[in-house]
Structure formats: C-alpha cells, structure tokens
Design a protein around this ligand. Sequence first.
Ligand code: PLP
Length: 461
Amino acid sequence: MLKRRSWAEPFKIKVVEPIKMTTREFREQAIKEAGFNTFLLKSEDVYIDLLTDSGTSAMSDWQWAGMMLGDEAYAGSKNFYHMEEAIRDVYGYQHVVPTHQGRGAEHIMSKCLIKPGDIIPGNMYFTTTRLHQELAGGKFVDVIIDEAHDPLSEHPFKGNIDLDKLKHWIDQAGAAHIPYISFAGCVNMAGGQPVSMANFRAVYELCRPLGIKVMFDATRNVENAYFIQQREPGYRDKSVAEILREMSSYSDGCTMSSKKDHLVNIGGFLAMNDDDFYQQAVNMVVVYEGLHTYGGMAGRDMEALARGIREAVHDDHIRARVGQVEYLGQKLLEEGVPIVVPIGGHAVFLDAKRFYAHLPQNQFPAQALAADLYVESGVRAMERGVVSAGRNKETGDHEYPKLELVRLTIPRRVYTQAHMDITAESVIDLYEKRTQAVGLKMIFEPPYLRFFQARFERLGG
Ligand SMILES: *Cc1c(COP(=O)(O)O)cnc(C)c1O
C-alpha cells in the first residue's frame, strides 16, 4: 500500500497582513449597507476575500526586488524592454502594446479590428470583452460547446469551441465580416474550464486560410496549459512553458489581463504578430492609455510584470495554484455541495440553481447566496449569473443565463490550506440550512456592467 503524501505550497511566508475578525451582527449590517452586493463591501470588513483573483496575487521577493528597479523615464523605460522580452520568450508574439489592464487591451483591439456590423465568435462571453466588442459596433456570438452550459458535464475541456457552430457563423456572416475569433483559455464564465490543444489547433487551421484572425484572451492560458499537461494525451512529459508556447502558435495575438496569471496587482498588454495591426494599435495606445513604452503602468509595475510572467510558468507554482482550488472543490464535493465540475483552474463555482433550488432566477439566487455566505462567515464571493449577464439589448428583459453561479475565486499565493478549510466549512453550513434562504429584489441598476454597482433588498424585508 502506498502511503498518502500531502503537498504544501512551494513558498514560505516573509510578510504578513493581519485580517479583521467580525461578528455576524456586524456583517449583517455591513451587507445591508452594501445593498447585498459583495462588490460594495469594504475590503477591511472581509475575513477571507475570494471576490476575485484579479490583481490580488502575492508577489514574490524577486518581484518586490524588481519594484525597486523601476526606470520611471517617460519614454523607453528599460522595464518595458524586460517585459517585452519576457512576453516574446514565454508567449512567442512579436509585438507588445502595454496597457493598464486587460480591458485597455480589449478596447484598443476592438477599435482597431471591428467594423460596425461585424460578428465576433467566441467561447462564451466575458463581461468587459463583450462590452468593448459591442461599443465598437460588433456583435458577439457564443460558439462554445454545449457541455460548457451544463454544470454537471464532466467533459475535460468544456472551454472548447464547437467547430460546427463556428462554421455556421462563418457561412452566415461571411469571413469578411468576422474580424477575429475571441478565444479564451480556462473560460471564466464557464467555471474556469480549459480548451484542449487539439481544439486550439483545429480552430486556427479552420480560420487561417479564410483570413480570420485568432485572438486569444490569454488571461488564464498558463492555467489552461497546466490542464493540457494533466488531461490531454501526449503532454504529460512537456513543461507548462512548452505547452503555452505551442498554444500561442495557434493564434495571431492576444489580449492579456496580467492581474491574473502574471502575479501582479496591475498591468496588461495587447500582443500580435501582424505589423499593420501593431502600427494601428501602437498609435491608439497613446490616445487612450499612455506612451507605447508604458501604456498606463509605472516602470516598477512593468518590472514586476516581466518577472511575474517568468514565475507564472514554473511547474511547481502552477501545480500548487490549481491544486489549492482543487483542494477546496473536493471538500465541497465530498459533502454533496452542488458545484460546477470538473473543478476549474482559478475558482470553485457554487451552482446556485441547485443550491437554492427554491429561489426562481428573477430573485437572483446567486446574488443572495454570495450575500448569505458573507453574513455566515465573512467570506466574500461573487455572483456570476443573471446580474452579471445584464439585459437583452432588444427586449430590455434580463438575460437568463443557464449558469447561475457563485464564484469562490482563489487569489494566487495569498491564502493557506487552513483558509480553504474554513471556507469549505462555512459553505457546508449554509448548504445544510439552505431552505431558509430568501431571494432579493434589485432596487438600483446602473446601465453598464451592472453587477459592479447594483443594489438589492431582501424580499419580505
Ligand atoms: C479579468 C479578465 C479580463 C479583463 O481584464 P481587466 O484586467 O480586469 O481589465 C478579460 N478577460 C478575462 C478572461 C478576465 O479574467
């Protein structure tokens, strides 16, 4: 018999940040004041913050050392060249346009490539990505495989594009009206579900002869590379770095929110191989972001980013990062809590439709569950359901997505296994008393990305 061997984080802790302990009465008051929207809570009132893994990573001592080497010149900062070199080495793209974060890159790419009336097929929408496509006059169409919409499907690559759906849109719109495919690794809105190498290759082979660009949303492609290593035949002996390079070879460029995989608190970029696209983008970055050698980042930010890109592809790091997410997910599965399976790369997604099965979707079950979890234990999560989906442009009614989820997002290198235990225990407690939960009513709704600022009240007071 093999003895069980535990694993632990491949780092030790050098600096600590104390967190505040609060009472249930305090939290009940705080969530009321925040309009039952976890985005409107004060961070200092949160115990374990699983709102997002965006910009919440702990940097390494090597990154912090790099922060002291910021070259804050307006033009030609050496930190930009370090960053550019890291992106060329790790991703293989020729040109780099720095931006303050991912949506800055999405904005510039959408403006450069989309003409009014264009169709942009992609593997499930992402909030800011789709909004920038629409603001540029385009229309996003979802071509992800059907399994992605089924929280119970065990498909190992639920992020894959359905080639028949894609071909349908190419026939329908004509290749000339499809500027690019918006192709994301570890699809956030599907539960952090990866794309297979075979699918990356097939989409590229379909699009290339038609002159349709394949643009990655590469925000979580390192995590995606890890899943390919673990799940796809032929990749077990390849490093995550090698797999990532192969993935990139099936694309024409990417947008990137470095606040995720790259272990920094701010930053991003647009990268591409095409010279003309680069010229256009580099001209636009000076209008919206900053000069093309900083794009909204300080020199020190770019140095931390350059180093984070290289640390992100260490196999030990990524195994522990995804392993911690799996650890939390397994604990919940063992107790029968309904979550999206397979467990994704950056987060565990509670399936609010099954968790609060008695609440109809127009009472915002996921929003209510996220609020209840905060009151229960001070753990902050995020709604990914009808509130995030927004309204239908034509009918004005809510979009009712198939997935009504609460995302427990794990920041990189920030929390320990003990924090995961506490999180699991409080979710399990809530699940045991789930029938007592009540729904919410929306009392304030902003026009764009409403989930950030919408306010709610409990039904029945
Ligand atoms: C976070 C994210 C973005 C947007 O990036 P920001 O840095 O928040 O502007 C785009 N796509 C995906 C998949 C993301 O996770």
